[in-house]
Design a protein around this ligand. Structure first.
Ligand code: CA
Length: 237
């Protein structure tokens, strides 16, 4: 499941796209202008954007260029949608920073295939593959966290926010994340939540991992933030 923002001013097309994406298990939000899209992205970074070229007011092309110039949105996966099908236009779209390009009309199947391809390339952690570290296993499809294997496998009780936090940390290991970065990537709501909220949820996450003796996988990096590190690697070092 990925969070996808659809920026499209034609309601019938937007609705059709939304229905197909939701049916495929994605979480969809809609924007009908560049201004609305900018606001939505300001509040929460989606996993991927479907961006119509021709919008009332500022064009999708311009918007893509602005996002690419901003450090916070530079890596946003963007697929441009357009009625234009000429080669020159496609090159302009890709030059503006789009990751892919789809000409209307397109089939829902093709749209979903392109989305999968872009996500695989740019955000593999949103594709729902299970991740594992030091015997700790998180499966986004079943929403389960477990530890150990076979007879010794132990299911861990974990809250929804701690689950998302753990998922992010496990898919971005061995890197220090500031509280602001975690808010942006896990809560997607960096504007309204205080940074110490992160500390509260990290504490809860460590408590959830305690029955498996895996609390120490999450390190506090003083004055900076948090890092998920394999304790196997740490002991070997
Ligand atoms: Ca349009």
């Amino acid at each position: 499941m990925s969070r996808i923002l659809v920026v499209e001013d034609e309601p019938a097309i937007a609705e059709l796209i939304a229905i197909n994406l939701r049916h495929a298990g994605h979480e969809v939000s809609l924007a009908t202008s560049a201004e609305q899209a900018q606001h939505a992205v300001g509040v929460a970074l989606p996993d991927l954007l479907l961006l119509d070229w021709m919008l009332p007011g500022e064009s999708g092309l311009n918007l893509a260029r602005r996002w690419r110039a901003d450090a916070r949105t530079r890596e946003l996966p963007i697929i441009m949608l357009t009625a234009r099908a000429q080669e020159g236009d496609m090159i302009m779209g890709l030059d503006a920073g789009a990751d892919d390009y789809l000409s209307k009309p397109f089939s829902p199947k093709e749209l979903l295939a392109r989305i999968r391809a872009v996500l695989r390339r740019k955000a593999p952690n949103t594709l729902g593959e299970a991740v594992e570290m030091d015997g700790l296993r998180l499966d986004p499809n079943t929403r389960r966290v477990s530890h150990g294997h076979g007879q010794l496998q132990q299911e861990l009780k974990i809250g929804a926010t701690e689950f998302r936090l753990l998922h992010f940390l496990m898919t971005h290991p061995e890197r220090v994340h500031s509280r602001a970065q975690l808010l942006d990537r896990v809560w997607g709501d960096h504007v309204f939540i205080e940074e110490r909220t992160v500390d509260v949820h990290v504490k809860r996450l460590r408590e959830a991992l305690a029955p498996a003796q895996r609390s120490d996988l999450i390190e506090t990096v003083r004055g900076v933030g948090y890092r998920m590190t394999s304790s196997v690697g740490r002991h070997a070092a």
